[in-house]
Design a protein around this ligand. Structure first.
Ligand SMILES: [Zn+2]
Ligand SMILES: [Zn+2]
Length: 305
């Protein structure tokens, strides 16, 4: 809730005229409580979880939109029944864990100092904070993910997320409820270290989920804008992690590639790419997908991880 009754009051407090975005923010948020504004995250997350995966899930089920050529594991397709089961499970965890977690975590948001007032942050402030949030999330998630691949972590928790060896967008949040809880920590750590405006926080939570859906999409789309982000892992990178499955000791990072490079956990993937490149050369460029050449190289690459 904003401490100004009118736009004029807000303008005199800020010391200048409000921008269009600030005027819209004032009209929308002035009489709403900070808790209510924070709870918008539940709606945003629900919409992202449910709507963003639709186009590529449709392409997966119907072989349409001309996207088959970009499918990373072309020999593995989820049926409608399998996708529906995944969708139902994801929504069950959403309503039992993700939503309630958002609703009860409000005090921590107040403690770290997420603000709702005016002025709104500049574009550069938003952008620089988002970069920090992604870097912090990526680094922390990397180590938690490695822990989840220990014998105990995998058997008790992480094996659920690996049920799908050829992921689709809806499998991004498909995980044991404990994993959903644990991986809330890396998502929250960035905003705790560099707290910003509620709008930035909304954007961060939505973008992080959209990024996870893209890396689980099962399609390596050459025109994806994420191709221009330095050291970005992307769909093919994380798809390999699922393709190798429970034995995987490669490609742990959630967003970027540098942690796996620095800590030497991308060797299996690099070996696989090399073998796939050779096969591609021998077959005149046809072995494009991960399991386009699976029978020729999968056993060696698992050993090499
Ligand atoms: Zn994993
Ligand atoms: Zn995954």
């Amino acid at each position: 809730m904003l401490p100004y009754a009118t736009i004029e009051e807000a303008e005199s407090a800020v010391g200048r005229g409000l921008t269009l975005a600030e005027t819209l923010w004032f009209r929308y948020s002035a009489t709403k409580s900070d808790y209510f504004l924070y709870c918008h995250n539940v709606v945003f997350l629900f919409l992202v979880f449910n709507l963003v995966p639709i186009p590529l899930a449709f392409a997966e089920l119907t072989h349409s939109l001309g996207l088959d050529q970009y499918k990373i594991q072309p020999k593995v397709r989820l049926s409608l029944t399998e996708m529906w089961k995944c969708y139902k499970d994801v929504n069950r965890v959403f309503f039992l864990v993700v939503g309630p977690l958002q609703l009860v975590s409000y005090p921590s948001v107040k403690i770290i100092g997420i603000r709702t007032g005016l002025p709104l942050p500049s574009r550069w402030e938003v952008l620089s904070q988002l970069v920090v949030y992604f870097l912090v999330e990526d680094y922390t998630n990397y180590w938690i993910h490695r822990f989840l691949h220990s014998k105990w972590g995998y058997e008790k928790i992480h094996s659920v997320h690996h049920e799908f060896t050829a992921p689709v967008g809806y499998t991004a949040p498909y995980a044991h409820w404990a994993e959903v809880l644990i991986l809330g920590i890396p998502s929250f750590l960035g905003p705790a270290l560099a707290p910003g405006h509620m709008v930035t926080f909304w954007l961060w939570i939505a973008l992080r989920q959209i990024e996870a859906i893209e890396t689980h999409s099962g399609y390596d789309l050459p025109w994806s804008p994420t191709k221009y982000i330095p050291f970005y892992g992307g769909a093919e990178y994380h798809d390999y992690h699922h393709y190798v499955g429970g034995q995987s000791q490669s490609n742990f990072a959630s967003v970027f590639t540098y942690c796996d490079f620095i800590y030497g956990t991308d060797k299996g993937y690099q070996y696989h790419k090399k073998v796939l490149g050779k096969l591609k050369g021998m077959n005149g460029g046809t072995a494009t997908g991960l399991n386009g050449g699976k029978s020729d190289c999968s056993s060696d690459e698992v050993k090499s991880d």
